[in-house]
Ligand binder design. Structure first.
Ligand code: FDA
Length: 305
């Protein structure tokens, strides 16, 4: 219930203005977001890498409405990739990209061309790109663009959301040699016709999908903070004889940092998804929707200002 209300608020520009101008906001945002600029992102990335973690950087923004905004997003990624290369932070750091930030909602071809430019720059920088998954209305388009990108950039990563009923089939399609697939639960509000609604059903789907990916020939990237699923992931890695360079765990910046350190100390590859930029509102609201304790943290920060 609370999750639905917060996810609905994440699409409201009126509430966005209220939250953005609330005096709280800086400290709460800083917990989940690496800062506003490429320099902020580089600083946080080098700290994480020094601590033995890999990174995927996300320049915040989604649902871009104009070609100018889409080109500006592409250019920020190009700047980021050249800075990562200059700072010798690749291949430990890669980038995650939302196609809707590159214009997917109004011009799919434009989004594809911008994504190609980012993949080219990533290849030159010696690293990879992962295409984030957004709401289910974009899944077909995103997977189509992924297929086209993979023809020239075979390491481009996909993201599949366990809450979607279609995802088991998508896992089977993508569990092939060289294929990088991030599996997550899914962060959007989706109708029952396309998505499992109960936590238990989503978790069961996650495990079915994980089994397919871990027993397949690709490179699974298991994105969750859920202790039970992480334990199942460790178990499946042993069962399917995958060494630490044959799969990875992924967690979000600011979420369970002690677990990130524990997994890295166990010898696993751990990648921290690290967003930066000014357009943090929708991202932050999805994080609040996932965990009531985060809402309490947010409310406490509000009261203390
Ligand atoms: P969930 O939120 O269900 O929590 C399960 C349990 O984990 C909790 O009961 C608690 O024990 C523990 N836990 C969770 N958060 C905690 C916290 N803050 N502190 C302590 N314990 C906590 N989604 C999407 O739709 N498209 C995408 O491209 C991505 N990309 C992505 C990348 C990465 C690296 C991650 C980790 C996640 C995503 N997501 C995503 C988000 C994902 O779909 C999902 O919404 C969140 O990860 C929350 O689900 P969890 O699996 O973490 O468990």
């Amino acid at each position: 219930m609370l999750r639905s209300v917060i996810l609905a608020a994440s699409r409201s520009s009126r509430i966005e203005r209220l939250v953005e101008t609330a005096p709280l906001t800086r400290d709460v945002v800083r917990r989940f977001v690496a800062g506003s600029t490429v320099d902020d992102a580089l600083l946080v990335t080098s700290e994480l890498v020094t601590n033995g973690l890999a990174v995927s950087l996300d320049y915040l923004g989604e649902d871009t409405e104009t070609p100018e905004q889409a080109a500006a997003t592409r250019d920020e990624y190009l700047r980021l990739l050249s800075a990562l290369r200059a700072g010798e932070l690749t291949p430990a750091a890669e980038v995650s990209v939302k196609l809707s930030a590159l214009g997917q909602r109004f011009d799919e071809k434009l989004a594809y061309e911008h994504a190609r430019a980012i993949c080219t720059a990533a290849t030159e920088a010696g690293t990879t790109v992962t295409l984030d998954a957004e709401d289910h209305t974009t899944t077909d388009s995103t997977l189509d663009i992924l297929t086209k990108l993979r023809a020239d950039f075979p390491t481009t990563g996909a993201v599949l959301q366990a809450y979607l009923r279609r995802t088991e089939a998508d896992c089977r399609e993508l569990a092939t040699a060289g294929s990088r697939v991030r599996l997550c639960k899914g962060a959007y509000k989706e109708p029952e016709s396309v998505a499992f609604q109960s936590n238990l059903d989503v978790d069961k789907s996650f495990v079915r999908c994980l089994n397919i990916l871990m027993s397949g020939d690709g490179y699974p990237m298991m994105a969750t903070h859920d202790p039970r699923l992480i334990a199942i992931g460790e178990d499946r890695a042993r069962w399917f004889d995958r060494s630490p360079d044959e799969f990875e765990f992924q967690l979000l910046y600011g979420v369970r940092p002690e677990e990130q350190a524990r997994l890295a100390a166990e010898g696993y590859t751990v990648r921290v998804y690290t967003p930066f930029g000014d357009q943090w509102y929708a991202y932050l609201m999805r994080r609040l929707a996932e965990r009531p304790a985060n809402v309490a943290f947010f409310a406490r920060a509000l009261r203390s200002k």
